[in-house]
Design a protein around this ligand. Sequence first.
Ligand SMILES: [Zn+2]
Length: 399
Amino acid sequence: MTRGTSVAARIHRSTIIVDTHADTPQRFVDEQFDLADPLNGGHVNLESIRKSHLGAEFFSIWVPPKRFKGQYARRTLELIDSVHRQVARHSGNVILATSPSGIEEAHRTHKFAALMGIEGGHSIENSLALLRQYYALGVRYMTLTWANSNDWADSSGDIHNPRVRHTRRGLTAFGEQVVLEMNRLGMMVDISHVSDRTFYRALKVSRAPVIASHSGARALCDHPRNMTDDMLRAVGKCGGPGSKGGVAQVNFFSGFVSQEYYDAWKALKPKVDKVVAERQARAKAGGRELTSARRERIERCFADTIPRPPLSALIDHIDHIAQVAGVGHVGLGSDFDGVGGQLPEGLDSAADLPKITAALLDRGYSTEDCRRILGGNLLRVFREVGAVSRTVHAESRSV
Ligand SMILES: [Zn+2]
């Protein structure tokens, strides 16, 4: 046990720790997973939350665009419902939080704050009314796109695909309205997953600072899902005059953390695709479809053969963003339950979060810096987004 480990334990007992991305709602709906269950291959449950003193989790409301074509709103509502039901079922330990003060209240009363963020603007089906209703149900951020471009914003996942129609400026006029409506509502604008052009456009349009709910540094792992140093600096400075800037929450996925891991996966990919195609053909011949769960299992088998990156590789991303954007502009966006089990060494569930804190302390980060990275920065941005919302409301009353 290093000095860092015992100090980290103390910090975790007293700090509000916020993680901005976990895909657990997929498990709630598809596997009838309950937060009181054993992890059973997942990353987040009540026990792991208790062990690390995780204070707040933004549960991701993610609708796979192909699988739910034509049913985006329905699936979005089912996922939101699953979070509400977990909160109701565990009301002694969990509350639904929709504001920074809600998170603080949970911390004071020793409860866990469940929040929600929508991952992918396709969920709103091009309707500001849907966006408003999701807000009313408690959603407090929206990632403008997932890996698929939608009618009004472009994704890093298909920006080079000539068969996909893209916007001219990163956001269409409607896309700009979406961002402004999010500002008005007090919903955080999340730029993880978007194309670089959409990123810059969103920062220009948004009156409030933005977040990257689960992205790393491209200088360390050259993946389009990660952010260049210029983008990181821009996040640090965004939000307009008087703003203290946004925050980049580091993704733990091995493929975004480590260049070696990412290169190894790219080398494996043709083989993976071949096996998937064979299984698909076999399923089709038998009059069936290859389910996405089956496909994920195949991918996971291959991914599991790649050595896990060391935990230090993840700390490097936090360190890098702190250097480039400032220690006030970095946080944690684990992507727990959304990465096919591919996490750096030593990180097996939410229970292992104190290891990150210990590593930061060992690198010379102060207790105060750690508190900011673990949640303080996100809370500040969340508060500022609320203040911008109040300003916009006041303006509309005065005209
Ligand atoms: Zn994602």
